[in-house]
Design a protein around this ligand. Structure first.
Ligand code: S6P
Ligand code: ZN
Length: 185
């Protein structure tokens, strides 16, 4: 059944939603095949297997015509220099999405299969993901990076698309914040 109009309390300090839906926790071991340095990934995954990011959802369900939201928090860190990031995905039917940066420093890497785009994400930046662009978020700073996502409930997550094609670029730690390198290098 469709849900009723509702207010969701957003705590701008704690970055929580209330009421809250499911929370997802992704550890290093959940990110197989994504970092360039497989040995460094494997050592971290089979070692202390740190939490890389969490996703807290609103109670709005992920079903067609609803408009759910979530807050993703990526921990600061890197694996052999490659900045900690989300898995990244394409929406199977190419729906668009909106991100609003809330805390810390990050980047929004997008790839349409040919072109790559990078947006610096600082608190207050709205990042627009157009239809057909796969998207991955990266923590470029030294504290947790959090952002709000608003997306069509039927958007889905095609993770295989990114495993197959990559994201065009990879983001490495640099003194200036981030060094973007071609995916294959
Ligand atoms: C959903 C939206 C985000 C991500 C989240 C985790 O469309 O883009 O909520 O799911 O940032 O990233 P990923 O790539 O592991 O789903
Ligand atoms: Zn998405």
């Amino acid at each position: 059944p469709p849900i009723s109009p509702m207010a969701i309390a957003f705590d701008a300090e704690k970055l929580t939603l209330s009421p809250e839906g499911p929370t997802l926790t992704r550890r290093m071991s959940d990110l197989e095949g994504l970092f360039r340095d497989h040995d460094a990934w494997s050592a971290a995954a089979s070692g202390d297997d740190p939490i890389v990011y969490t996703v807290v959802s609103s109670p709005v369900p992920e079903v067609e015509r609803e408009l759910p939201q979530s807050i993703t928090t990526i921990m600061p860190g890197d694996t052999a220099g490659e900045l900690w990031m989300t898995k990244g995905h394409q929406h199977p039917d190419h729906q668009g999405e909106i991100y609003l940066a809330l805390h810390g420093r990050g980047g929004l890497l997008m790839f349409d299969g040919e072109r790559t785009e990078w947006l610096d994400m600082l608190p207050g930046t709205i990042g627009y993901i157009p239809p057909g662009w796969a998207h991955r978020s990266v923590n470029t700073g030294d504290e947790p990076y959090s952002f709000l996502a608003v997306y069509p409930g039927g958007a889905g997550h095609d993770y295989g698309w990114v495993l197959e094609r990559g994201m065009g670029s990879r983001a490495f730690r640099a003194e200036s914040g981030v060094d973007l390198r071609p995916y294959a290098e």
